[in-house]
Design a protein. Structure first.
Length: 642
């Protein structure tokens, strides 16, 4: 219980009352200062971390890539995924399906307006999600960058690495601390009961230096008041400072700041990893996009083949009725019609499955009404169709065909560079470019240096530990039992000073020795990982050059096969009408035509995807923040915007 002495007591003890009032004022100001400087809203903390991480990423982008680009993990709430779910009236399970901003706020939620509904002008704005939409390859790349779950996760990993770096930097900043407390106590164990209050405030700052030294200062103010024994009061004032300096083990920047160094490198690795992911993601989208288009082309071929088989079955029936075909041949034609129907249904369902998988790759619902623009495949297959026309013109202009005798010498013609694409460059040049530009190779090379530093740190831990510790304390604190003392003062001539030098001899270092030995093993593994990846890169580049050569030759071969199959079908139809061919001949010719058409499309798509893969695996395909790529032009020696 607090006793109010009133005006009469203040007249009796005027100095004590004034002193008490001044102490209360000082204590109140200190309390308000600590509260004001130490309290922030959760929103302010989040915004500060966003700004800090963004600044770190921009700085490390310049270091890792030579330039900085826009980077944010905040996605527009009005994503294409949400617009499809709502616009096309697709079923969804809960509010979480629509986005974080649609969740119901739970009890004690810290920020009323976050996550907030926010829209950003992007590719979604030009797409009408209320009807079936048709995506071009470029649009698919942009949609994937906006909606893909994996893409967002990779961006968040970069952001988290930046936050981890800021946390390591915090170890070497000035760390301020403050505490205010109020104590009321009664002691009745002695001859007299003593009651009083103590109001205390502590402020201080500590800092760790990259040399390993740790500094700390603290200032404490106490206001002790007796509620008994005349109501005496006393002001306590105490200050202390300490310093700790490692002189042997654990000293030096290369040891103390090693976690900070690693955190800085981890941000660079994360940025390199994200850049590599963007290239892989873009090529994966293009590969899947063209695969779906190829499957659609196979569906069209299957439809035409099915129609052709139906027509052949009908014709066989008429010819059999006229006595020009046997019933066995009619049955063969009908069986092939049924087989063609089964193939048509199978190809249709495979196309639907691939299209649904592609939607999920983009981060869109598989039941969304989406089609792909066929112009991309038409542009790719146009050169192959020109080859067929050229073969047709050459065959029509031939007068005599001089076929060598069967026993003539046979010379196999090796594939040449004639008609090669611009990316079919020399193998040694391609490998050199890959080793110079692959970001994942830079990561494992950097990890070798990381493990070298780990060896140094492990070796340092084996030594003796010599630490200097110094402290200085001025003034004195106050409690209830010392409330009747005079006010404390900070006097350097009345301080307590001490210095200690501690030597920890390295008699027991078993755990450190094991860690030291393991550090060399880890270094060897890091070197092996670099060698393995280097060999894998060479293998990838060599295989992709072979894939392009094989696909290019395949385009010419399959174009000629399509021409021959078309010619064969026409010829067999004429011979069948003339009674000079059997139904089996026509069925075989139709099978050959369908196979050649599908193989031609497959070869065209394979060549295009091999072009993209070799650019990715040489590290020369660039992808911007929107997901769009810039392809490499060997002739110009630079990137070409696509």
């Amino acid at each position: 219980m607090r006793i109010n002495l009133g005006k009469h007591a203040q007249q009796i003890f005027p100095k004590k009352a004034a002193k008490r009032k001044a102490c209360w004022l000082l204590f109140t100001v200190l309390s308000l200062l600590l509260i004001q400087t130490g309290c922030r809203r959760p929103e302010e903390y989040r915004q500060k971390m966003d700004k800090t991480a963004s600044n770190i990423i921009a700085e490390k982008q310049k270091q890792a890539l030579g330039k900085s680009s826009k980077f944010s993990i905040e996605r527009p709430s009005d994503t294409l995924r949400r617009r499809l779910l709502l616009g096309q009236n697709l079923p969804y399970a809960s509010e979480a399906s629509l986005g974080t901003d649609k969740l119901k706020k739970i009890e004690h939620w810290p920020e009323e307006n976050y996550p907030r509904e926010e829209g950003v002008l992007d590719i979604n704005e030009v797409i009408d999600a209320n009807q079936t939409i048709k995506l071009s390859l470029i649009q698919a790349l942009e949609v994937g960058a906006r909606n893909s779950f994996d893409y967002q996760t990779q961006k968040e990993e970069v952001f988290k690495s930046a936050l981890a770096l800021d946390l390591e930097k915090n170890e070497f900043r000035n760390i301020f601390f403050g505490q205010v407390k109020s104590l009321a106590s009664t002691d009745s164990t002695g001859n007299r009961t003593i009651s009083g209050t103590v109001n205390s405030g502590d402020v201080g700052v500590s800092r760790k230096l990259e040399s390993g030294a740790e500094l700390s200062t603290d200032l404490a103010i106490d206001l002790a008041n007796l509620l008994t024994l005349g109501g005496a009061s006393s002001l306590g004032l105490a200050g202390d400072a300490t310093i700790s300096v490692p002189l042997l083990r654990g000293s030096g920047r290369y040891i103390v700041a090693e976690p900070l160094t690693q955190a800085e490198r981890n941000v660079v690795y994360a940025i390199w990893g994200f850049e590599r992911f963007k290239k892989e993601f873009a090529v994966n989208i293009a590969d899947n996009y063209l695969s779906v288009q190829s499957q659609l082309d196979s569906l069209k071929n299957s439809e035409e083949d099915y129609r052709s088989r139906i027509a052949s079955a009908r014709r066989s029936r008429r010819l059999a009725d006229a006595g020009r075909l046997t019933e066995i041949e009619v049955d063969q034609a009908v069986q092939n019609e049924l087989r063609a129907r089964q193939g048509w249904i199978s190809v249709t369902e495979r196309y639907k499955n691939q299209l649904d998988s592609f939607k999920m790759l983009l981060g869109l619902p598989p039941d969304a009404k989406i089609d792909l623009d066929t112009k991309e495949l038409e542009l790719l297959t146009a050169p192959a169709l020109e080859i067929i026309k050229e073969i047709t013109r050459e065959e029509a202009s031939k007068q005599d065909i001089n076929t060598p005798p069967a026993d003539a010498a046979i010379n196999l013609v090796e594939p040449s560079k004639e008609g090669a694409g611009p990316l079919e460059i020399e193998e040694s040049t391609a490998i050199k470019l890959a080793l110079e530009n692959r970001l994942d190779l830079k990561v494992v090379q950097g990890e070798v240096y990381d493990f070298q530093r780990a060896v140094v740190v492990a070796a340092d831990a084996l030594g003796a530990e010599l630490t200097f510790f110094g402290s200085a304390a001025l003034g004195s604190r106050r409690v209830v039992n010392t409330a009747d003392l005079d006010n404390a003062q900070l006097r350097t001539d009345k301080g307590v000073y001490s210095a200690v030098l501690t030597l920890d001899l390295p008699f027991e270092r078993t755990a450190e020795a094991v860690n030291y030995r393991n550090s060399f093993i880890n270094l060897e593994r890091a070197v092996r990982n670099t060698q393995i990846l280097e060999d894998q890169i060479k293998l990838q580049v060599r295989n992709e050059l072979r894939d392009m050569l094989q696909a290019r030759e395949g385009v010419h071969i399959q174009a000629e096969a399509v021409y021959l199959a078309q010619k064969r079908v026409k010829s067999v139809n004429l011979f069948l009408e003339a009674g000079r061919a059997q139904m089996r001949d026509l069925l075989d010719a139709q099978d050959a035509l369908l196979s050649a058409q599908n193989d031609l499309t497959s070869a065209v798509v394979t060549y295009r995807t091999a072009e993209l893969r070799i650019q990715r695996d040489m590290g020369l395909l660039k992808v911007d923040e929107k997901g769009l790529w810039q392809e490499y032009s060997p002739e110009a020696g630079k990137d070409v915007q696509k």
